[in-house]
Design a protein. Sequence first.
Length: 339
Amino acid sequence: MPTYRDLALPGRGEVWRELRGLRSGVQGPASGDFERRSVFVASLEQAQQFTEAAAAAGPATRPVQIFYALSQFGRAISAASNVNGGAEWRLKGHGIRTEKLDASNGLASVGVIPSAKGSLSGVAQALGVPSFDAGTELTLGSLWPLIPETQAVPLPGGGPVGALSATVTNILSEGMENWARLQLLPIASEVRVQAQRHSAALDAFLCHYPTLQGHRSEEFAQTPAVAWGVGQDSLAILVPAVGARPMTEQALTTSYRGQSDRFVFPAVGSMVGPVHPLLVWWAVLFGLSILARYEPEHWAAIIDIDKSMEANAVEHLLDHAVAVVPHLALLAIQEASRP
């Protein structure tokens, strides 16, 4: 059943209408540089055809097609970027690899290894955001919860640290101090249980989120610093405010699929800031595409809806991917090309 969030987001047709409009109306370097413009236009055309092929395909091949769509979107983002100059804007390679691919212990245990060079780090540079640590393996189980759409149907074996829907409900003031009341959800049940037993467990969990550093642990202005929601999967905390509510919300949260669609994302590895969601999609879809291409018998077992406990989560993510990936790419192009 559609949620209020679903109803507020643009449909696939609206997203593609805007993307096609960019092919003659993009700002930034791709608007005037002939070579960049050629790459930008051709990449968007291939991205659309790959996405349409993915939408028409089943889960057996959909990961391959939607990952290649994302790869072409990455080339368009870099070609349009005001940051990537010289020869840096022309991306080569996926920028991520696998080693000893093995899904016998579950899809969540499958690892991907980002590289120092290649398209993944090139897209991060084009957007001016931190990339993953090169050479450090990331499991799909740790990355999966960082995609907001997976909250409804989580992957078995996925970790407790995920993307949290975030809303600043009010700003509290006392003397010279201003604090924001931030509502977060969903909080994994294991985190809540541990936090209710030991307060340090909550601090350890929140430390994964750079924008939540400095949260209060004691009452402030007759308001509890930490309050669990009625459904027990939401949490309200106090964090330092940086101004009025809109300014504070922008500082504490990340716009995902629109300015009103805001989440708190964790850092991954040595990142000093939150991970960009487009990079998470890149890593996850790459891992799935490699399994589908090079381990077809294992992939067939994973997506067997009659026998596999992982199949529903995979189908759910891939169903959303054909709509979310183009939308994130549209927003990334607009962000990268903005003067």
